[in-house]
Design a binder for this molecule. Structure first.
Ligand code: ATP
Length: 287
């Protein structure tokens, strides 16, 4: 058994999110480019006779009971699939706000699957982990890649985009939990036409020009649930050098895109000063 090790559970950003239809089971079909960033939760894994999950960090108090935690559910599914006992101590440092559109729970689940597979000495079987992940949430297969992806279906059809250029972001959350099911329940817009998306290599400025043409189709529904999103988007758009600002996932986290890390840091300092109650963070894309 390996000794103690830690893994980053990155936040996800939907650079755009189009809703293209609805399945008979009520789940929406979407198209999105999702990226993962250097900001996130952290999971520490160490040997232990039984499975034990400890949660600490700034948002630990907002977590469900340990057995309701997606990291714990990931351990249960992995143990059942490989018929191995649930062992190990996981310490989850919860740094991402909960129910905020940046897939904190899904990313914790994906990282728990990868970390426990390593701790338990399981064979490296990405497809099998992906199948287990899909049972935990539609975003989990994308979170397992940790890389920029084009996603379709309900999020389970994932294509890695290997040539994404470096990008800098500012993430802002007004600290209002925004449950995904409530947002989808308010979605009444017409469906977007399906895009023929090309993953060809593009410069950062070509990417930005393309992304500006797209949207997050959940924005108006998310604003009905959390009206503060309007102010967050306006504040981001007013920061110098922000190319565009948009909602991520079902919100309430919004992101601004900047040319480089210094511009993002300057925007973070300005926003933290103006809005001390908001969660504001600079973030860089993990390629
Ligand atoms: P998405 O972007 O995938 O819609 P989200 O960022 O909006 O996700 P999460 O923070 O993943 O939302 O939380 C969704 C729900 O999952 C919350 O109601 C929370 O109680 C539950 N949950 C279970 N485990 C976790 C976890 N490890 N981290 C965050 N939320 C968790």
């Amino acid at each position: 058994m390996p000794t103690t090790f830690t893994m980053h559970a990155p936040a996800k950003i939907n650079l755009f999110l189009h809703i293209t239809g609805k399945r008979e089971d009520g789940l929406h079909l979407l198209q999105s480019v999702m990226v993962f960033v250097d900001v996130g939760d952290e999971l520490e894994f160490s040997p232990h006779d039984s499975l034990f999950l400890d949660v600490e960090g700034p948002f630990a108090a907002d977590m469900p009971s340990p057995h309701g935690n997606l990291a714990y559910k990931a351990a249960q599914l992995l143990s059942a699939e490989y018929k191995v006992p649930m062992r190990g101590r996981i310490t989850l440092t919860k740094r991402l706000p909960v129910a905020s559109g940046i897939a904190g729970g899904s990313s914790d689940a994906a990282t728990a699957l990868r970390g426990l597979a390593k701790l338990w000495g399981l064979p490296e079987e990405k497809d099998r982990l992906r199948r287990i992940g899909a049972q935990l949430g539609a975003d989990v297969p994308a979170c397992l890649t940790g890389r920029p992806v084009w996603t379709e279906g309900i999020g389970e059809r994932v294509t890695v985009l290997p040539d994404m250029p470096a990008m800098s972001f500012v993430l802002v959350n007004p600290m209002v939990a925004t449950p995904t099911p409530e947002v989808f329940a308010r979605f009444r817009n017409k469906f977007s036409p399906a895009l023929q998306f090309s993953g060809r290599r593009k410069s950062m400025h070509e990417w930005i020009a393309d992304l500006k043409l797209y949207r997050n189709d959940l924005t108006s529904a998310a604003m009905e649930v959390t009206p503060e999103i309007r102010g967050v988007l306006a504040a981001l758009r007013e920061t110098p050098n922000c190319h565009f600002a948009r909602l991520s996932g079902s919100g309430a986290t919004c992101f601004g895109v900047f040319d480089h890390a210094q511009a993002a840091t300057a925007a973070v300092n300005k926003l933290k000063h103006q809005y001390p109650d908001w969660w504001v963070s600079a973030a860089s894309l993990m390629a």
